[in-house]
Design a protein around this ligand. Sequence first.
Ligand code: GRF
Length: 214
Amino acid sequence: MPRLKLAVLVSGKGTNLESLLRASREGRMDADVALVLSNRAEAPAVQVARQAGVRTVVVESAGRSREEHERLVREALDAAAPDLVLLAGYMRILTPAFIRGHQGRLVNIHPSLLPAFPGLEAQQQAHAAGVRVAGCTTHFVTETVDAGPILMQAAVAIPPGATPEEARLRILEAEHRVYPATVQLLAEGRARWDGGKVVFRDLPPTTKEVLLSP
Ligand code: GRF
């Protein structure tokens, strides 16, 4: 089976990027990160990528129009020709044209059990709502933010009295399992985009567990 070529778009710390790099290195994911693209030179994720020896491109969004920035991002992506484009803490809204151009190949991870708590600060929203079960979701990106068809979810318990930071860290830990598992699901052809829906086939029992883990 050919390995998937990944491009990862980042803006922040890069812990999800790290989890993807580790899974690739450790043979848990039949995919390689071929390009990391950041919209901020000072994002710690840029260091994570460089230390891993991955081709890293910074296209500063500050001082550029959305169109100009996205044109440069698109050029860098086209040159790398990835099979999948993964958003991993990428804090820019993509244009509908970009999303349509990457339909079925563009995936995001969101720190809530969607459709609950879309948008910014999802973990804090969950904490403020007092939910006992929180989690994360990977989904194909569509034109409505955080509303594309769901690939995988993992649930985590939020004990009464947990601080917002404790809740965030529990969710982040789940993200680090779910993103590589999602890529593997796609690499094995067990999940695919089909006309705006996700179609699954031949899921092994372990994958079923990741789809909703208590
Ligand atoms: C994660 O919580 C992700 O779900 C959200 O942004 C955060 C990125 O964290 N979209 P990191 O940069 O991967 O550490």
